[in-house]
Design a protein. Structure first.
Length: 465
């Protein structure tokens, strides 16, 4: 059984995690015409915005209740109610999420009551979905904040089947797809293509591939998100054939959706590597009643060939990983398929998934913990976000950048990791890192019977005539 090593120090030396409000904002940004509002100081929102802009390199709609010294002590209820009203009047979004920060939680804010007060005072905005979520940044991580926010959005926007008159299977091709925080816009585009090859229509909840895919628009400026899952489409989730849930962190959201709609649900931990994608193909074949398309069969054979090509570099490779639980489990599964050894596994917070990850131990900590464990265990490669680059340099090993945020490379948010093709490319990237950083080259051999090197040859004497 996996040993969970809890924190034994009072602070983070080199932080690994991104906070819950950032995760909640990320979930919100996957919906069309949405606006996340952080209940806290302006600095809290500015810090989150920096993370998003550096990662996606796009303008990010994000608002703040702008708590100051007075409201922090006397109460900031008016900030929340006024903030919602101003956003509703000026931007007319389809969705507003109110996400608490550590400051608001410490002050004792009740954002759910604030939303009820706003509703009672402003019935003209009843068509706007307003969702309050407790996401204190002193606990949890981007993963838990994302999952909690998605759960509350489903609670607020998906009607009960008996009230809405929805019926599972009414829409013959629609499949609901709950996607966790680690799927990039590039992943979602690839996943959409896979579903469509089975003649299915996926509805991603949420859909970052449509809102943060780096696409230029005709509008010079928009105060809310452009693209993403339509809030109006949330009412149709009860008519779908099935729901596919990707990521253990979304278990509560999946249970709530199944309870509301009665639509059968299929759960997958991740889509990294051969076995995980085989499971996806079996599920889609079962839902659609169709055989796996030849194109996907060929991609599977290509992944198998890549596994043969790269196992010389990746077999028994000693790897250190720092990531949130869902992403950590995905990489461990794919790397262990290749025979690699996970010598350091560090994550940001404790979740039920950790006990199911097949490694000797998992440390709940920061990047300093990964560095110390990796050095002691002689790690040969690091996997982590851009904050782990300095750690890899000090260890003298290569790094595969993965997770959030990725701010020191262009297009990291768009990279495809999932599916047979994405898994194949991951193997190639890892193998190339090993080759380029290898320190075990065989020295050049000079035969004792061959010609001496030019530097050792005697220069013949010349005669004058």
């Amino acid at each position: 059984m996996t040993e969970i090593l809890k924190r034994n120090k009072a602070l983070s030396v080199n932080p690994l995690k991104a906070s819950q409000p950032i995760g909640g904002s990320l979930a919100t940004l996957g919906f069309n015409r949405a606006m996340p509002m952080l209940h806290g100081s302006q600095g809290c929102t500015a810090f989150a915005k920096v993370f998003f802009v550096r990662h996606f390199r796009e303008p990010i709609p994000l608002q703040s209740t702008a708590m100051d010294q007075g409201s922090s002590v006397m109460g900031a209820d008016e900030n929340v109610v006024t903030g919602i009203k101003v956003i509703a009047e000026k931007s007319r979004p389809a969705l507003i999420t109110i996400l608490t920060t550590g400051l608001a939680e410490t002050q004792g804010a009740d954002v759910h009551r604030n939303v009820r007060e706003f509703r009672e005072a402003n019935p003209e905005f009843d068509d706007i979905a307003v969702v309050a979520v407790n996401t204190p940044d002193f606990t949890g991580s981007v993963e838990t904040g994302y999952a909690a926010t998605l759960t509350e959005i489903i609670r607020a926007t998906v009607p009960d089947a008996k009230d809405a008159g929805t019926q599972p299977g009414k829409r013959k091709r629609q499949v609901n797809v709950l996607v966790n925080y680690m799927l990039t816009p590039g992943d979602l585009e690839a996943l959409r293509d896979i579903f469509e090859q089975f003649q299915l229509r996926p509805v991603f909840v949420p859909d970052l591939s449509d809102s943060l895919d780096g696409c230029l628009t005709e509008d010079d400026f928009s105060p809310v998100t452009i693209g993403g899952t339509l809030i109006s489409e949330m009412a149709t989730l009860g008519d779908a054939l099935a729901t596919v849930v990707i990521g253990p962190s979304l278990q509560k959201a999946a249970e709530l959706l199944a309870q509301k709609t009665g639509v059968p649900s299929y759960a997958l931990d991740h889509l990294y590597g051969l076995h995980a994608n085989d499971a996806l193909m079996c599920i889609l074949s079962d839902i659609s009643g169709q055989a796996v398309p030849e194109r996907l069969e060929r991609q599977r054979a290509q992944l198998q060939d890549a596994m043969l090509d790269t196992h010389f570099m990746l077999g028994q490779l000693r790897i250190a990983i720092a990531a949130d639980a869902d992403l950590l489990a995905a990489f461990v599964a794919q790397l262990q398929e290749m025979g690699a050894e996970i010598v350091a596994a560090v994550t940001s917070c404790n979740t039920p998934l950790l006990t199911r990850i097949p490694v000797a131990s998992i440390k709940i900590g920061d990047l300093e913990d990964m560095e110390l464990i990796g050095k002691a265990q002689q790690a040969q490669l690091v996997i982590g976000n851009s904050h782990a680059v300095d750690t890899a340099e000090r260890l003298g090993v290569p790094i595969l950048r993965a997770g959030f945020p990725l701010y020191d490379i262009i297009g990291g948010y768009q990279k495809t990791w999932i599916g047979y093709r994405g898994s194949r490319q991951t193997l190639f990237d890892l193998a190339n890192l090993v080759i380029n950083f290898s320190h075990e080259e065989i020295p050049v051999y000079h035969s004792i019977y061959g010609q001496k090197p030019a530097s050792e040859r005697e220069i013949p004497a010349t005669s004058c005539h």
